[in-house]
Design a protein around this ligand. Sequence first.
Ligand SMILES: [Fe+2]
Ligand SMILES: [Fe+2]
Length: 246
Amino acid sequence: MALYALGDLHLSFQADKSMDKFGRVWRHHERKIEKYVRQIVKPEDTLVLTGDHSWGRKLSECREDLAFIERLPGRKILLRGNHDMFWDAKKTERLNEEFKDRLFFLQNNFAAYQDYALVGTKGYTFEGPFYLDGRGRILGWDEKSEAHAKKLVAREMTRLRDSFEQAREAGYRKFVMFLHYPPTSILEETSPFTEIAKEYHVTAVVYSHCHGESRFGDSIRGECRGIRYMLVSGDYLGFRPAEVLP
Ligand SMILES: [Fe+2]
Ligand SMILES: [Fe+2]
């Protein structure tokens, strides 16, 4: 039994949205997902998909993408990404009722894996606009956007803390924390997300959203202050799920 993660499937079985223009790795990426998930994930395993599942703008436009995910092996847990328009934050419970025993939507709740609680939320990071000099160094940024980003971070933190507390009340003391957005912006070394990870002594922080060689290093990767940070964007992993826990 193992816990795996993979993010940003960006499926479009019903939407006319090819990912090919983003590089070779995206060519027929749905075939790679199917191939590698089937190779790596066993029926008794758990697979957390860290958001940006579908290009569909509403649930009726995501049916085939979600059916594709359902057919993959293992227990599937989904996190909300910035492109998941079908998943309004208020609809999580309704989605969990509709997809009961098939898919689990992780937000304002938690899932158990062995003696770990899996908690997660979309998260948020400030992504500019930044003002650069001729060498690409950051000279400044749009402060209005930054102030707005802080509000979104605060809202996501409320959701996350609520999930940690639900898990703690249920008796869990070991945690893995999932985010769609990276835990820190390119300006930060720590953030409310890294702080809460420290506070609850999480084993690992797993996130995705960063696409392309130039963005893979936007946030923390590897061991940092006793916590393992894992980037699991599909294109970063070549669409091979990464093992989070054995
Ligand atoms: Fe994405
Ligand atoms: Fe994203």
